[in-house]
Design a protein around this ligand. Structure first.
Ligand SMILES: Nc1nc2c(ncn2[C@@H]2O[C@H](COP(=O)(O)OP(=O)(O)OP(=O)(O)O)[C@@H](O)[C@H]2O)c(=O)[nH]1
Length: 363
């Protein structure tokens, strides 16, 4: 008699650009407690950095074949083309899996993705164990998601017909609205009073009782993240996004508010000078997120570069592989007009931080 397989639980990890999703997932994989976890990663921008970070993490429960990267657009828009075929493939292997974790892009609306779990070919084999929304407490404390009230008031005064909602604020609220659990990250960067303010702001945005936990560099027990048994696909209709409310007719949302550009440079001579130069470029062009890898002259290891707002972090994560180009390659993501208007200057500025042509790693 064929064993009736129970539905495989799926955890959706969402949260704005640079909130700490990959860091949280990497810690989960390193402390999976024997669970066999498949990972689906989706990123905004044309450089698969998160997948590369996790593939390079050297965790035996994070084998190449257990990581699926969805790279042709934001998962909330490519649900039919990308996500459903991926789920079909994973469900064929469900006897060898205990859990699926989906990391959405930092610009994804979770609602369309969760709603897709009601599609017949998915619903019979999987259920949404929970939507975990990762929130950068430092960014919230610094007001980086609150709309600039004066600017919005001036816009509304100028032309009341325009849709003035701030895309950052809307997306931030939509990712909270969809959540079953909120994870506050980077609390090591703010004081207790700021943390209390952030929690109050988030509880207001949630509009309903929600579990809120903090995670220091992604360190949360797997039992806190997995096993929520929320069945969110049956609840998501009551957690509609701004877009769904504004466009009752079901008009597709898009990502026109945001843009990305991939910049390259040769090897860099000095990490400090490189970081200082990046900081200037990020500030000058309002870059929301910048990440990727750099080659440092004379160093066999690859430098991982992470910038969220003005905070830039770099560390050597793994050696360049034989034959791998010792290149410096970064993806910059920001509001559409800022990136479009600044593209040439961003590309030139980053190229100027390199010392010369890209070189091939020794065989
Ligand atoms: N200080 C501090 N930094 C953190 C914490 N969690 C994550 N970070 C840093 O925040 C930056 C972004 O972390 P990621 O895990 O790449 O964020 P992400 O949400 O996956 O980013 P995107 O996929 O680009 O949206 C990295 O430099 C992390 O080291 C934390 O708790 N404290």
């Amino acid at each position: 008699m064929s064993q009736t397989l129970s539905k495989i639980p799926v955890t959706v990890v969402t949260g704005f650009l640079g909130a700490g999703k990959t860091t949280l997932i990497r810690h989960l994989l390193e402390n999976a407690g024997g669970r066999r976890i498949a990972l689906v990663i989706n990123e905004f921008g044309d450089l698969g950095v998160d997948g590369d970070i996790l593939a390079g993490c050297g965790v035996e429960t994070c084998r190449e074949e257990d990581v699926v990267e969805l790279t042709n657009g934001c998962i909330c828009c490519t649900v039919a083309d990308d996500f459903v075929p991926t789920m079909r493939m994973l469900l064929e292997r469900r006897d060898r899996l205990d859990h699926i974790v989906i990391e959405t892009s930092g610009l994804a609306l979770p609602q369309p993705l969760v709603a897709a779990f009601n599609w017949p070919e998915v619903k019979t084999g999987a259920t949404v164990d929970g939507v975990v929304t990762v929130i950068d407490a430092e960014a919230v404390a610094a007001g980086r998601f609150a709309a600039d009230e004066d600017k919005v008031r001036a816009q509304r005064a100028a032309d009341p017909s325009l849709d003035h909602d701030d895309p950052l604020e809307e997306l931030f609220e939509d990712q909270i609205r969809a959540a079953d659990l909120l994870v506050l990250t980077k609390t090591d960067l703010i004081d207790a009073a700021a943390l209390a303010r952030v929690k109050a702001e988030i509880e207001t945005a949630a509009g309903r009782p929600l579990g809120i936990v903090t995670a220091d560099k992604g360190r949360l027990p797997a039992d806190v993240l997995l096993g929520l048994t929320a069945g969110t696909e049956d609840l998501i209709h009551a957690r509609r996004s701004h877009h769904e409310i504004e466009h009752e007719g079901g008009e597709m949302h898009d990502h026109d508010d945001f843009e990305s550009v991939v910049a390259t440079a040769g090897e860099i001579a000095d990490v400090e000078a490189f970081t200082a130069g990046l900081r200037e470029i990020v500030a000058a062009h309002g870059i929301l997120r910048l990440k990727g890898f750099a080659a440092v002259q004379g160093k066999p290891m690859r430098l991982l570069v992470q910038a969220v707002g003005g905070r830039i972090e770099t560390y050597f994560d793994r050696p360049f592989r034989p034959g791998e180009a010792r290149a410096t390659k970064l993806v910059a993501i920001g509001l559409h007009d800022a990136i479009e208007d600044g593209e040439a200057a961003i590309l030139a500025g980053i190229a100027a931080l390199g010392t010369g042509p890209q070189v091939q790693a020794a065989e």
